[in-house]
Design a protein around this ligand. Structure first.
Ligand code: DAH
Length: 396
């Protein structure tokens, strides 16, 4: 091994280190010269064969070269590291003074807010929450609630009737047996009897009633429920009083819309049945509900009304909170908003549910949740609730 050789190794190594462009390349070159089988390592190993003087001289020079190259590698490694750090700092630079982007959070719809609050209040007064089908039979929506076919009271609810296989075959005169409606049956059954009882579906023979309830599409087919009252009968058929329930849910009416009317509404039915139940307990519970729902004392009144499934019947109106009773478009300038129908459960409804009207008494109500939400949030047009207009919705 000559001095010349070491010199050329040094020159070569220096050149290669200079040319490297990244850490990986640099590591390769390090191995080449200083690794276990690297050039310098081999030079040092080969010294054994040399004479003592040469060994001392070349050994010293080779070790100096090793030190020198190591330093060079370290410097170059450091330079690379700094370069990478600088580049990352530049590319990932963050201006912490820039205003942040506000995340858009969803929130509950005013009808949901009102529904949840109403449920909480009634639950705390011992009422259970139950739900019923939106697609209902004519029996539960009308007949069972003491509203026989062709009775003018049906006109109170403009109804969406549904076409079913069965109702189609009824129209075509097929399948006579299942097509006959309960009222037709009861009429022929009770011919010549007292008008009032003749029109009542309770007078049906037992087999006919069973048939009506088990045949889903009979009698007279299906409809979109016009109110939540059918659940009164459905629930009492299966549950023995005393009972307290509320029934929240959508109802549908074939109606023209205006700022007080929609064709789809949200109702909350209420029913309380026990042996000793009267209007004062009803008034007390409704008063408590209003107080807690509106978080203040609100004036409300019961006015006589007519519903075939309650006797006596009344409607519940409250001071219009949109205008504080002064009169506005929402309350038709009366200062009062009608928010519910109510009354004492009619004996025929008990009978149709399989309960003895002499044993049980009850009251029921049907609140329009849309109207309650209008009052709570001072909304002057009911149509805004289902408009999907974000300018409206973002206010809640
Ligand atoms: N179901 C009635 C309607 O939608 C409202 C109603 C009236 C419900 C009297 C009741 C009631 O429970 O007792 O117009």
């Amino acid at each position: 091994m000559s001095q010349l050789n070491l010199k050329s190794i040094k020159n070569q190594a220096e050149k290669e280190i200079k040319k490297t462009e990244n850490l990986t390349e640099l590591e390769g070159i390090f191995k080449k010269y200083l690794g276990k089988t690297g050039v310098i390592t081999q030079v040092l190993r080969s010294l054994e064969k040399l004479s003592k003087e040469k060994k001392a001289k070349i050994g010293k020079e080779a070790n100096e070269l090793k030190k020198f190259l190591k330093l060079l590698f370290e410097q170059k490694t450091q330079a690379f590291k700094e370069k990478v750090k600088k580049e990352t700092e530049e590319s990932e630079w963050l201006d912490v003074t820039l205003p942040g982007k506000k995340p858009v959070f969803g929130h509950l719809h005013p009808l949901t807010l009102a529904r949840r609050r109403m449920e909480e209040i009634f639950q705390s007064m011992g009422f259970s929450i139950v739900e019923g089908p939106e697609m209902e039979t004519e029996w539960y929506n009308f007949d069972a609630l003491n509203i026989p076919k062709n009775h003018p009271a049906r006109d109170i609810w403009d109804t969406f009737y549904l076409k079913t296989e069965l109702s189609r075959s009824e129209n075509e005169g097929e399948d006579e047996a299942t097509a006959s409606s309960p009222t037709e049956l009861s009429r022929s059954e009770n011919e010549g009897e007292d008008e009032a009882t003749a029109s009542s579906p309770t007078e049906l023979p037992k087999e006919a009633k069973v048939k009506m309830k088990t045949k889903f599409s009979s009698p007279g087919g299906l409809l979109l429920r016009t109110h939540t009252s059918p659940m009164q009968v459905r629930y009492m058929e299966k549950n023995q009083p005393p009972l307290r329930i509320i029934v929240p849910g959508n109802v549908f009416r074939h109606e023209a819309t205006d700022y007080r009317h929609e064709f789809q509404l949200f109702q909350v039915e209420g029913l309380m049945v026990d042996r000793e139940i009267s209007v004062p307990s009803f008034k007390a519970i409704i008063g408590e509900f209003f107080r807690r729902f509106f978080k203040k004392e609100v004036e409300f009144r019961l006015k006589p009304d007519f519903f075939p499934f309650t006797e006596p019947s009344f409607d519940i109106s409250m001071t219009c909170l949109v205008c504080a009773g002064k009169g506005c478009s929402a309350c038709k300038n009366t200062g009062w908003m009608e928010v519910a129908g109510a009354g004492m459960v009619h004996p025929n409804v008990f009978k149709n549910s399989g309960l003895n009207p002499k044993e049980w008494r009850g009251w029921a109500f049907g609140f329009g949740l849309d109207r309650l939400a209008m009052m709570k949030y001072k909304i002057n047009d009911i149509r805004l609730l289902r408009s999907g207009d974000l300018r409206f919705l973002h206010q809640f």
